[in-house]
Design a protein around this ligand. Structure first.
Ligand SMILES: C[S@@+](CC[C@H](N)C(=O)[O-])C[C@H]1O[C@@H](n2cnc3c(N)ncnc32)[C@H](O)[C@@H]1O
Length: 234
């Protein structure tokens, strides 16, 4: 089975032989790939909702992998006992929902060695949460599918080297990379910020004025990051 470039980037961060928990598995593509490729010997695949849970169970049976893939029904990391998995994958879910899952299960997180997170929204908040909660961003990749950019964040226990809150928010490993998709990602952040700045121009309330100033500062900082690596603003 071929994975999408998004899930392929997720799989790229999974160490050989590790036990993975794929939280919010839905179509079971990642667990099936991890077993069939020989990357993992066993995977825990979880679902919050009954319909995708049943579908995932049926898919595990269809692929004759019920001895290697355990499908569980439940919310976030609550399906895990401490020490059961070394790596947690949460992909295709909003950043705030990912933060809720991680912060809701501190005990389960203690024994996890690596998080691989692919937030659909709110990547900045997620990066900040990770760094403020004892995780360092080991690496990050941007992938593109049908014109949409996706971040795949790999985090491990430890202290993040980057100290600058803004750099942490936009992705410290991405800021260090000289990579066309990272450039595209920063350029997208820039245009989103520019749109917000346009909306806020002529702001009437003090709160809107403050926000406008904040957005203006962000635009300057993103420009600096782009300029540092001689990235072109297109
Ligand atoms: C868009 S799918 C992503 C599927 C797959 N992970 C991927 O990246 O292609 C998101 C899935 O996460 C599940 N989900 C949402 N919140 C969850 C939670 N708190 N715990 C477990 N699963 C959850 C949903 O039911 C849905 O099937």
């Amino acid at each position: 089975m071929n994975l999408s470039s998004r899930l392929d980037a997720v799989a790229g961060y999974i160490p050989q032989g590790s036990t993975v928990a794929d939280i919010g598995t839905d179509h079971l593509q990642l667990p099936v790939y991890l077993i069939n490729s020989g990357l993992c010997r066993s995977v825990i695949a979880s679902e919050l909702n009954r319909l995708p849970y049943r579908q995932a169970e049926n898919l595990a049976t269809f692929h004759r992998l019920t001895d290697k893939i355990q499908v569980r029904l439940g919310d976030g990391l609550k399906v895990l006992s401490p020490g059961e998995a070394q790596v947690i994958v949460i992909a295709g879910i909003g950043g705030n929902a990912i933060i809720k899952m991680l912060s809701g299960s501190p005990k389960a997180l203690e024994t996890i060695q690596r998080l691989i997170l692919q937030p659909m929204t709110g990547a900045g908040y997620l990066r900040l949460w990770l760094v403020q909660n004892g995780w360092r961003i080991g690496d990050e990749t941007i992938t593109e599918e049908k014109g949409r950019l996706y971040c795949v964040i790999m985090a491990e226990h430890g202290r993040e080297n980057a100290q600058d809150k803004f750099i942490i928010e936009i992705g410290p490993r991405l800021a260090e990379k000289n990579n066309p998709l990272a450039d595209k990602y920063f350029w997208k952040l820039y245009t989103d910020c520019q749109k917000l700045a346009d909306k806020l121009s002529g702001a009437a309330s003090p709160a809107a004025e403050e926000k406008a100033l904040e957005v203006k500062k962000k635009l300057t900082r993103i420009k600096e990051v782009l300029a540092k690596n001689e990235r072109k603003l297109c």
